[in-house]
Design a protein around this ligand. Structure first.
Ligand code: HEC
Ligand code: CU
Length: 297
């Protein structure tokens, strides 16, 4: 899709250049040529010729040429079923300021990362839980508004495996900039393994002592960890330890980053929806962090 959009751009660029060159040539010719004697009648005829040629024929031809480029591109961007191939359906919901990602066929849910198989059509069903956001992965082309109460579909396909950065592209409040989406295209085999590893992922082991209690009573009101808590107001943490970043790209998800997020998320991402936990002893937060690091397939 990105390639098609680029083709239209180059087509328009070439055509606009051609128009510029032709118009400039005529203009220069008009400047340098010797004035001719014309009768009133001849002048009128020349005028009419320019009005019809330059005002009707030229714009019509230009628009037709652009349509010849534009219509197939538009069709390529509409999620029409392609012969035989079933696009993979992924649901992406925008929240202030994070991304919820759900694979309805397998029931897998994750956050702030969209893992897709390379070389396969993906229909991303986008919507929002609060204000208007916009789904945008520049290198995969297209951009789609995420509207509360409405589901839009954008079709993407990654030509090869790799990491493609996504970013919310509709101003959605204070931390709009910190609403990045890690998009990763994997080979079909890797993707199948990624899904399979999460399909029945569930935990029974809680964090020890006070840490487990704090998590159940507080964190669990918002966060889901399959088998432990079922909050649904914040990123699902079931595969947290396998994600590249925290806070939708604010900080790297490593040993130190996770601890910093739990202690300083209010300053790392001012205004974000997670309450401060200043009253929880730092040792308890660190114990929660130790346990969170085990949440991965
Ligand atoms: C009132 C709801 C709420 C409570 C309670 C809450 N959180 Fe959060 N949490 C959020 C929201 C909302 C985010 C996403 C913030 C953002 O990125 O904008 C978040 C993000 C996170 C993240 C980063 C997830 C990611 O993928 O980026 C972690 C880890 C986390 N919370 C752990 C905890 C822990 C541990 C507790 C308990 C001590 C807790 N949260 C309590 C709402 C909550
Ligand atoms: Cu935004």
């Amino acid at each position: 899709m990105a390639r098609q959009v680029a083709n239209v751009w180059w087509g328009m660029f070439a055509f606009a250049t051609l128009v510029l060159v032709v118009v400039s040539a005529i203009w220069i010719y008009a400047l340098v040529r010797k004035p001719r004697q014309t009768s009133q009648e001849q002048a009128m005829r020349i005028n009419r010729w320019w009005i019809i040629g330059g005002g009707v024929v030229l714009p019509s031809v230009s628009i037709i040429v652009l349509l010849i480029f534009g219509i197939p591109t538009g069709r390529g961007m509409i999620p029409l079923p392609v012969d035989g191939e079933q696009p993979l359906k992924v649901e992406v919901t925008g929240h202030q300021w994070w991304w919820e990602v759900h694979y309805p066929d397998s029931g897998v849910t994750t956050a702030n990362q969209l893992i897709i198989p390379a070389g396969r059509l993906i229909d991303v069903h986008v919507t929002s839980a609060d204000v208007i956001h916009s789904f945008w992965v520049p290198r995969l082309g297209g951009k789609m508004d995420m509207l509360p109460g409405r589901t839009n579909v954008i079709r993407i396909e990654a030509g090869h495996a790799g990491i493609f950065h996504g970013q919310c592209s509709e101003f959605c409040g204070l931390q709009h900039t910190h609403m990045k989406l890690h998009v990763e295209a994997q080979t079909t085999a890797d993707f199948d393994a990624w899904i399979a590893a999460r399909e029945n992922l569930s935990f029974t082991q809680r964090a020890p002592g006070a840490a487990g209690q704090v998590f159940d009573e507080r964190c669990g009101q918002c966060h889901r960890v399959e088998g432990i808590t079922d909050g649904n107001r914040a990123p699902d943490l079931t595969d947290l330890a396998s994600r590249p970043s925290l806070g939708a790209g604010v900080i790297e998800n490593d040993h130190e980053g996770l601890r910093r997020w739990l202690r300083e998320h209010k300053s790392l991402k001012f205004g974000n929806g997670m309450p401060a936990h200043d009253d929880v002893p730092p040792e308890t937060l660190d114990q929660i962090a130790d346990w969170l690091e085990t949440l991965a397939p």
